[in-house]
Design a protein around this ligand. Structure first.
Ligand SMILES: Cc1cc2nc3c(=O)[nH]c(=O)nc-3n(C[C@H](O)[C@H](O)[C@H](O)COP(=O)(O)O)c2cc1C
Length: 363
């Protein structure tokens, strides 16, 4: 289903080439002032058509708020925002109606919905459906920043080119501020050129490339979350896996911890003033599903964009025969740069939900 959350419920609707897409956010606290310019800025970071690393489909992604906000302030009623689709070219998708794209959801969607799903532009499976998620995240991050919680992500890798990682113990506020306002977010900006070159090489070779996004949540107090099935990892993962093309997630030292000894992986405690902190942060700010007060750090792995221009083998579901496919349409040669604000947004919604569940949201 396309709805998520117990306390802060979000419901995302629409299809890539339908009239529009949008989100309903329910359970938000009332009286939260929204800086609309800041929301538009976050939407613009994800919007397509900015450069060669993204699809040339030009969409302004302007959210029209239908309810839940009066005088730029949340009323507590369901907040609904709609983004009209204006730049569709559905004729590009004529051939995938019966010949599913390898790596995309055309085949599985066809089976699941008995051929009734809207396949144009990927329909409800499209990366475009992350625009309403960024809207929801932009609202939530304003609510969180008022409570001293800040979120930033960066392109951790594209193919085998890696950015520096966050210092998991201490993340400077200037870095968070810079990353949450740029559209090609890197800690080490000297990596931008080589990443862009690799993406361009892949595009020219009619191919695409995957990568990873690292996200940090700073200022989250200790004691948020619950054990077993309602842990912070569970809640963040479930919304991050709602982002199309995410294939993996790891927290703190993640899979590297599997190669460590306890003495290397354990993060020793100490006092910083009267606050308990850890000297290292392999645990990524979460122990037993509950926050420790250290930054929450996670990385999400994105597969390469499925729609590539090179000829591929597929099946023709109408004739029941094997066939070949050329994909038309406008596609991102690499999803990762545009996914950075989406991951931040997912984290913002997840943290708002977690705070509400722990009765720590209301001021
Ligand atoms: C921001 C963003 C942009 C995307 N752009 C494209 C695209 O241009 N072409 C494409 O084939 N897939 C794109 N995707 C990925 C597909 O939507 C996704 O791979 C597909 O729905 C199958 O789902 P899965 O990869 O999660 O299994 C994009 C994903 C995101 C998050």
């Amino acid at each position: 289903m396309s709805s998520w959350g117990n306390e802060i419920k979000i419901s995302i609707f629409g299809e890539s080439h339908g009239n529009g897409i949008g989100v309903v956010l329910d359970g938000l606290p009332s009286g939260e002032k929204l800086d609309m310019e800041e929301i538009y800025k976050q939407m613009a970071r994800r919007a397509p058509g900015r450069d060669k690393t993204a699809t040339p489909r030009l969409e302004k992604d302007f959210p029209e708020i239908l309810s839940g906000v009066l005088n730029d302030t949340t009323t507590g009623a369901p907040l609904c925002a709609v983004i009209r689709n204006t730049n569709t070219r559905s004729q590009d998708y004529g051939n995938v109606l019966s010949c599913p794209r390898p790596g995309h959801a055309d085949y599985t969607g066809y089976v699941r919905y008995h051929g009734f799903n809207d396949i144009r532009g990927g329909g409800h499976f499209s990366g475009r459906l992350t625009a309403p998620l960024v809207f929801a995240g932009a609202v939530c991050r304003q609510i969180l920043s008022r409570r001293g919680i800040f979120i930033a992500a960066h392109i951790a890798s594209v193919g085998n080119i890696k950015d520096s990682t966050f210092d998991p113990v201490s993340i400077p506020s200037q870095l968070i501020e810079r990353l949450s306002s740029v559209s090609f977010g890197l800690i080490d900006t000297s990596k931008e050129e080589s990443m862009r070159e690799l993406i361009e090489q892949c595009r020219l070779a009619q191919d695409s490339i995957g990568g990873t996004v690292e996200c940090a949540i700073v200022g989250i107090p200790a004691g948020v979350g619950s054990p077993m099935f309602d842990g912070v990892e569970n809640v963040i993962s479930s919304i991050v896996f709602g982002i199309p093309a995410v294939k993996g997630i790891e927290f703190g030292a993640g899979f590297d911890a599997a190669q460590m000894k306890g003495s290397q992986n354990n993060d020793e405690f100490c006092y910083s003033g009267d606050k308990v902190v850890t000297r290292t942060n392999n645990h990524g700010g979460i122990l037993g599903g509950i926050t420790s007060g250290m930054p929450v750090i996670f990385r999400a792995a994105f597969k390469p964009t499925p729609s590539i221009s090179a000829e591929q083998k597929t099946v023709d579901l109408t004739s029941g025969k094997d066939t070949t496919l050329f994909i038309n349409g406008r596609h991102d040669p690499c999803i990762v740069p545009r996914a950075v604000p989406v991951v931040e947004a997912a984290a913002a919604v997840a943290v708002t939900e977690l705070l509400a569940r722990s009765q720590m949201l209301n001021k």
